[in-house]
Design a protein around this ligand. Structure first.
Ligand code: BYC
Length: 328
């Protein structure tokens, strides 16, 4: 069925598997159709490996870069209880990156190579973390709505085909569900607080809405990888489906708080689908390709961390370390 003679040149996904052993490919796809998990030592098409490395690595980068906008609020979080909670959340996000890098390493790319691709700007990471968190309310909107979006994506993809990624996502989702509650509690506090607090949270929501709409990826009409990733059950829903799920779950909650969204076309139609103004995909492209308001700053922080940690890695990697002081 998958021999070159049968490849329809219009079927992008089939063309990507040209050159693979047709029998092995057929067995592989049959395993996926049966809902089996693919494990690191199993046979897999080159394109499956490549796509997984790309997606898991970008996800890992998003977690460590994602710790930065909220991280800047640890020292200024209102009150000791919120400081503690935010510290724990930021620490969790960095831990998620550890889990994800470990999952990507099972596919043959080293952690050093991944970090190098991040700090040289070769790899992408989530668009949302290239925007500043101007006020405490921005940190609250991130914790509620970005974590909400992440959970929708991760709960779906945890049922996917690659074992190590799914197991990492399961663990991540457990922690994310606490983040979501923490974020919601913070937003409710501001939205039901003083006029100044309401104004702050409304302004933050208005700022974050366009990046949140971008977060689920480009519309299905222009997404590059969805077709092959859905065929192989790496992605379990399309970008537009995830965006719809998010709108369905969170727009009513936002409106219940008396907050407004900066899109006058946003409404649920008679078929139960959300209609909205098409996000600005040119802005999205600019931001994910290095041109957002904070890209340079975010990468500079990671480069600095990499430099400052170099001596630790060197010390751990050497047996005749100049860092080891012999005991007298
Ligand atoms: N941002 O063909 P498409 C968190 C790129 S962190 C940047 O639809 P795909 C948190 C895409 O890579 C959780 N780039 O791609 C942490 C591709 O470019 P390349 C973040 C994006 O892969 C700390 C091009 O656009 N979640 O929650 O089929 C604090 C075409 O797109 C984005 C994940 O990473 C984007 N938003 O689908 C708080 C989930 N969207 O590679 C919270 C894992 C697309 O061809 N990732 N691009 O150069 C995924 O599920 C999928 O990769 C996506 C995109 C749904 C995001």
């Amino acid at each position: 069925m998958y021999g070159n003679a049968y490849i329809d040149p219009n079927d992008k996904a089939t063309a990507m598997t040209a050159g693979e052993d047709p029998k092995k490919l057929e067995e592989f796809e049959a395993r996926i159709a049966r809902g089996e998990k693919i494990e690191p030592m199993d046979w897999m098409p080159k394109e499956y490996r490549k796509q997984l490395v790309r997606m898991i690595e970008q996800h890992g980068h998003s977690e460590i870069i994602g710790a930065l906008p909220e991280g800047t609020w640890i020292t200024r979080a209102p009150g000791f209880r919120r400081k503690l909670a935010l510290m724990a959340k930021v620490q969790d996000e960095v831990g998620h990156a550890q889990l994800l890098y470990s999952a990507a390493e099972t596919l043959g790319k080293s952690r050093e190579a991944m970090i190098n691709d991040l700090i040289t700007g070769k790899s992408k990471y989530s668009n949302v973390f290239n925007y500043p968190a101007f006020t405490w309310a921005d940190a609250c909107i991130i914790a509620w709505l970005i974590d909400a979006g992440a959970i929708i994506n991760q709960v779906a993809n945890a049922k996917g085909s690659y074992g190590p990624y799914c197991r990492a996502l399961d663990r991540i989702c457990t922690e994310e569900s606490f983040h979501l509650k923490y974020g919601h509690d913070n937003v409710v506090t501001l939205a039901t607080g003083t006029p100044k607090q309401r104004e702050m949270v409304q302004a933050a929501l208005t700022r974050w809405w366009p990046p949140i709409m971008h977060f689920f990826g480009p519309s299905d009409k222009i997404s590059n990888h969805t077709e092959i990733l859905m065929r192989w059950k790496v992605k379990m829903a399309t970008n537009d489906d995830m965006r719809q799920q998010f709108l369905n779950m969170y727009v009513p909650k936002i409106w219940d708080l008396g907050l407004t969204l900066p899109d006058e076309n946003l409404k649920k139609n008679a078929e139960g689908k959300w209609e909205y103004t098409e996000p600005d995909w040119e802005e999205f492209k600019r931001v994910i390709n290095g041109g957002g308001p904070c890209n340079a700053e975010r990468l500079a922080v990671r480069r600095n961390a990499e430099e400052r940690g170099r001596w630790v890695r060197e010390a751990l990697n050497t047996t005749e370390s100049k860092y080891i002081v012999p005991l007298a």
